[in-house]
Ligand binder design. Structure first.
Ligand code: SF4
Length: 490
């Protein structure tokens, strides 16, 4: 009997497709690691193909007909995921969907696919395939968070060679529970670790020299979390992996010299840190009190991280209720003062499954609300909800000021000189600053398009939720429209 053929598809991400095709675009593309794990969970008598539209939309019509299609999606990818599912279902091919969006909006997904895998796939995937083979595919499979000792190494061998970064996961969940974040809703409240030996072995299977550790919080917050992170770094050093990697973490990375020196020796070259807001009111509003407790001297913490040759990318949010005019420049100034190498300012975005979503929905403040189409705007780079003290145009202006102020050419040059004198990845700083600059230009182009459609009056603070935003139909090139899309190539 011929093996069954499974397609695992990562749909076009608007954040990738809105950038002009260029050599820089690949730096926006993260490997679909979740699909590589699902591939590893799939019995070897299946043939598995991973298709990532962010590297170029495949000519599906010319590909062999699969028996089953699995699609993953972050929220902003959901419209495209449903379009893909519709195409395959019209051809009589069963389609299922997993990932964070389907997990948070299962009813919406079920109206457009044959089955939904909610939560983590490990506990249910073999059962899904077994049911399918018996002609009894269910509608909803709920994957509870399991111990990570059973997670297989991702099938890196099935991923395309066109990525700029490798990726790996070492923990799931986060001990904190910020209002705007869906990590706890998706991965549960318990912070779980993969066995150190498994992580080291999988690291060795990654082709790329530069790796993104996708954990939402690599080091955790409690002493036992930090002890585990140190164990991991020691094992990576002992294995001589010869990889450089970047991670996401909290500001407490800058508190522990031993942790920092082990991380650096294990290959850490950059840390993405969520500062979120420069005011205690903003942090309280976001439920990130941890940063209030730890935030007495961010500059000293950043300096300590820098001393170990690790770059710091600071994430900040614009559009909080406590934000007032001038917040964009205040963020840029604070980030300069902290000494971070790059910033990533985003709009406050109520993602489904978060407490922020519940609050804003109850208050009628979500304005991009024609679902599922409007999910494409939930990229964090578009204001989809009303802010209390800033109009829609003001929010765009604050974002603009923040970017322009932090990425002004003389400031980029200043940071570069600082990094050169301290021997801290000047080349990476230059490339990253230029790459962020290009991202900004792509965002500007898109926002100019939006500007021509004018922020509607009801997006102003205090206006009633009387209708939908006047959003351009295809702000990112129309990749998600029409039936021809499945033949389209980038
Ligand atoms: S610290 Fe980061 S990962 Fe953890 S809950 Fe807050 S935003 Fe989410």
């Amino acid at each position: 009997m011929a093996p069954k053929h499974l397609y695992l598809i990562n749909p076009c991400n608007p954040l990738v497709s809105m950038a002009q095709p260029s050599r820089w675009r690949r730096y926006r593309v993260w490997k679909p690691l979740g699909l590589a794990v699902v591939a590893a969970l799939t019995p070897r008598d299946w043939q598995v193909t991973i298709l990532d539209e962010n590297l170029g939309i495949p000519d599906y019509a010319r590909l062999p007909r699969p028996d089953l299609v699995g699609i993953t999606a972050f929220t902003s990818q959901a419209p495209r995921a449903y379009a893909i599912a519709g195409q395959f279902r019209r051809a009589g091919i069963p389609t299922l969907m997993g990932g964070i969006h389907a997990s948070m909006c299962p009813q919406e997904a079920l109206a457009r696919v044959d089955a939904v895998v909610q939560g983590e796939a490990e506990a249910v995937w073999p059962g899904v395939l077994g049911d399918f083979q018996q002609g009894a595919l269910g509608r909803v499979y709920k994957g509870e968070p399991l111990d990570l000792a059973g997670v297989p190494d991702a099938r890196h061998d099935l991923l395309d060679r066109g990525y700029a970064f490798g990726s790996i996961q070492t923990t799931r969940g986060c001990p904190l529970n910020c209002h705007f974040c869906s990590v706890s809703a998706f991965n549960g409240h318990r912070y779980r670790y993969r066995p150190v030996g498994d992580v080291v072995r999988e690291f060795g299977q990654i082709r790329e020299r530069l790796v993104l550790v996708v954990d939402d919080n690599l080091i955790g917050t409690r002493p036992e979390h930090l002890a585990r992170a140190k164990d991991l770094f020691r094992a990576m050093i002992a294995a001589g992996l010869n990889k450089k990697w970047i991670c996401q973490t909290t500001i407490n990375l800058g508190d522990d010299e031993e942790l920092l020196s082990l991380a650096a020796a294990a290959g850490c070259v950059g840390a993405f840190i969520g500062f979120e807001s420069v005011s205690p009111q903003g942090l309280a509003e976001l439920g990130k009190r941890y940063n209030i407790v730890k935030g007495d001297d961010p500059r000293a913490r950043v300096r300590r991280i820098h001393r170990h040759g690790i770059l710091v990318v600071g994430s900040f949010i614009i559009g909080l209720d406590s934000d007032t005019p001038g917040v964009g420049r205040r963020i840029a100034r604070a980030a300069q003062c902290y000494g971070v190498d790059l910033i990533n300012p985003v709009f406050l975005t109520p993602l489904p499954g978060t407490r922020l979503w519940e609050k804003m929905r109850a208050q009628g403040r979500i304005v991009a609300d024609h679902f599922p189409d409007d999910w494409r705007y939930y990229t964090l780079s578009f204001p989809v909800a009303r802010c209390q003290n800033l109009s829609w145009q003001q929010m765009l202006g604050e974002m603009d000021d923040c970017w322009r102020s932090f990425y002004a050419p003389w400031r980029v040059l200043g940071r570069l000189c600082g990094n050169l004198s301290q021997g801290r990845g000047p080349l990476i700083t230059l490339i990253a600053n230029l790459s962020y600059g290009r991202n900004f230009q792509a965002d500007r182009r898109r926002l100019r398009d939006l500007d021509t459609s004018r922020g509607p009056a009801w997006l102003e603070p205090g206006a009633p939720p009387s209708g939908r935003a006047h959003l351009p139909a295809q702000p990112w090139g129309g990749l998600v429209q029409g039936s021809a899309l499945l033949q389209q190539s980038q």
